[in-house]
Design a protein. Structure first.
Length: 307
């Protein structure tokens, strides 16, 4: 178990599930690439769940090829959108595994939607609503939008909380007309599969054009020298916001901002290509493995202001 136990993924998805089934759980006190890989090989671990960020760190390491990971039968992921290139790395590393993507929140007792066997064909999808749950994509007025249109993911079901404890204002904002507004922007495809496009607060408005960070991140991640990337907006007096990217390169390689922009030129519309590119040794993350984009925005904004 690589996720912290105060996080719904670590506690409910892994520890409690394993205890209920009588399985052995192996706990890591901290994420160490070597310790993680050694334990998978030594203990013949069969079930893994982690965030895409954790998998990218593990599978981007030079050490991954030194260990036998063939015991893994199920590899799950969640907490953030999965990119097609990372899905390909997972298939290569966990040769005997089946994969599933889950979507959930603390407010919904973790599981709201899931996808298993189709996640190879639809690697960025979170699947269909779980048994007993309902989900829809809505606009600002709580009206359901047509398929393919981006809106906010709203959910309800017996596992969804009634509100926030002693916080009526937050409850009023998030719980409307019997539905919980997740704060995630998403869409539904023609087959009824749900997709998370971005956190609502992360969407970038560049001169009236909406830029969804996940789309830009997925494009940049295709570059063979990119290990991790986070895309975010920085304030701009003229455009409102401009697109920025912080990139961690594969150890032992070098990359320039111009190379990144050129690489994106045939994959993204011009207004989506990052105007600011920062190379860093690591991305700031919370204990659940999610990148703290507010820190990146603040740091770059300060640098721009000083410049």
């Amino acid at each position: 178990i690589a996720a912290p136990l105060f996080h719904v993924m670590g506690l409910q998805e892994q520890l409690i599930s394993c205890l209920k089934m009588g399985n052995t759980s192996i706990l890591l006190s901290a994420l160490s690439i070597t310790a993680f890989l050694e334990l998978v090989e030594k203990e013949r671990v069969e079930f893994l769940v982690g965030s895409p960020a954790i998998y990218r760190i593990l599978l981007g390491s030079e050490e991954v090829g030194k260990y036998d990971l063939s015991s893994v039968k199920i590899a799950g992921f969640g907490a953030a959108p999965m990119s097609p290139d990372l899905m390909a790395l997972m298939k290569k590393a966990f040769v005997n595994a089946k994969f599933f993507n889950g979507f959930g929140l603390t407010e919904a007792s973790i599981s709201l939607a899931a996808i298993d066997h189709e996640c190879i064909e639809k690697p960025t999808s979170i699947g269909h609503p779980s048994l007993g749950c309902q989900a829809k994509i809505v606009d600002e007025n709580m009206k359901e939008v047509p398929r393919g249109t981006v809106g906010e993911i709203a959910v309800n079901g017996p596992n969804v909380a009634a509100g926030y404890y002693h916080d009526p204002e937050a409850t009023e904002r998030a719980f409307r007309e019997g539905w919980f507004l997740t704060g995630d922007l998403g869409r539904v495809d023609e087959d009824g599969f749900f997709y998370v496009v971005s956190r609502k607060k992360d969407m970038i408005n560049r001169g009236g054009e909406n830029v969804y960070p996940v789309e830009v991140e997925n494009a940049i991640c295709l570059h063979p020298k990119v290990l991790e990337v986070a895309v975010y907006g920085v304030p701009d007096k003229v455009m409102g916001e401009k697109v920025a990217a912080s990139i961690v390169v594969v150890p032992g390689t070098e990359l320039t901002a111009e190379e990144v922009k050129q690489f994106c030129s045939d994959k993204l519309a011009k207004y989506k290509i990052p105007e600011y590119i920062v190379f860093t040794s690591m991305l700031p993350k919370n204990p659940g493995g999610k990148v703290i984009k507010e820190e990146l925005t603040s740091q770059l904004s300060q640098q721009i202001g000083k410049g």
